[in-house]
Design a protein around this ligand. Structure first.
Ligand code: PEP
Ligand code: MN
Length: 337
């Protein structure tokens, strides 16, 4: 429920109404715009009688929110969210470029790649230590050792690290070690995991599930935010459709749709969307053109021998030329790269 106060409503009356609502166990978010003051109500609003609230002379109107998500909703939070990660930001005018291999394979590999992508202009390093593989016989990741390797790469290059979590039992360890915790497509609706992450303040990169709707993605963000963690970044990484030529179908329209519905930053992962290295460049260009706040791109020093996702990985040299190409696209949409 949303309460719009009259333009002339006094601070005193807003405070009084807020207190009344709080006493009913409702969380009240106040947004003070240039013209109106808006109260966003969270929690069980069934005990509130809208006509009683409207009887208050300083209330302009009471609106019922149809959307099931609230904290992620732009209605409650009209201005863009910009997430801070160490000395960097995700959202706003500067594009976040997260690059690195699908899996962490060795310290030499990660440090080598991290140094190269940094030179090309990437501002975050990715690498999976705990891998969600379709087959239990495929490489499952270096696990804790992988986290140590990522930390060493951060130490060496200064790049903040982004890596995927799969189990709620590891939240504490990830909070300690990692700069952005990635929730992969397969865990987008692992609600116990989302609730645990909601208790932290760590930036969370939430990837859209393989067959999830935009609303389901926003509901998952809501799980994290409802717990008190509003540092959520959304990621479109392609969805399942009847098309089988590409690994997934990149839903480019998800970016403007999410921007309309939510204030959260949204990035695109062209690597998992297309599933082939030569599709990364055209999809990355389109992602920036359509208004994404950043990209997540898989880069591997030796894609042919990669332990996972080699076919969609760019070699560092190709990543470098991609970044050059993307600069022009970024400029065209007033973004910095
Ligand atoms: C990944 O980023 O390596 C990954 C497994 O991605 P997704 O969850 O989008 O499949
Ligand atoms: Mn991958």
């Amino acid at each position: 429920m949303i309460i719009v106060m009259k333009t002339e409503a006094s601070k005193e009356s807003v405070k009084k109404l807020r207190e009344q609502l709080k006493q009913k166990g409702i969380i009240v978010n106040v947004w003070e715009g240039h013209k109106y003051c808006v109260l966003g109500l969270l929690g069980d609003t069934s005990s509130i009688n809208p006509s009683q609230i409207e009887a208050n002379q300083e209330v302009e109107k009471v609106l019922h929110v149809q959307e099931p998500y609230k904290k992620a909703n732009r209605l409650f939070h009209p201005e863009e969210t910009i997430v801070s990660v160490r000395d960097r930001l995700i959202g706003g005018d500067k594009l976040a470029i997260i690059a690195g291999p699908c899996s962490v394979e060795s310290e030499e590999q990660i440090i080598g790649i991290a140094e190269k992508i940094k030179k090309s202009g990437a501002n975050f390093l990715r690498g999976g230590a705990f891998k969600p593989r379709t087959s239990p016989y495929s490489f499952q990741g270096l696990k804790e050792e992988g986290l140590e390797i990522l930390k060493a790469a951060r130490e060496k290059t200064g790049l903040p690290i982004v890596t995927e979590i799969m189990s709620p039992n590891l939240v504490e360890r990830f909070v300690e070690d990692v700069d952005v915790i990635q929730v992969g497509a397969r865990n987008m609706q692992n609600f116990d995991l989302l609730k645990e992450l909601g208790k932290t303040k760590k930036p969370i990169l939430l990837k859209r599930g393989l067959s999830a709707t935009i609303e389901e993605l926003l509901m998952s963000a809501e799980y994290i935010m409802a717990g008190g963690n509003e540092n959520v970044i959304l990621c479109e990484r392609g969805i399942r459709t009847f098309e089988t030529y590409t690994r997934n179908t990149l839903d480019l329209s998800a970016v403007p749709v999410i921007k309309k519905l939510s204030h959260l930053p949204v990035i695109i992962d062209p690597s998992h969307a297309g599933g082939m290295w030569w599709l990364v460049e055209p999809l990355a260009k389109a992602a920036i053109a359509v208004g994404a706040d950043g990209l997540m791109i898989e880069v591997h020093n030796d894609p042919v021998n990669a332990k996972s996702d080699g076919a969609q990985s760019l070699k560092p040299e190709r990543f470098d030329s991609l970044m050059e190409t993307l600069r022009g696209v970024a400029e065209a949409v007033d973004k910095e790269l």
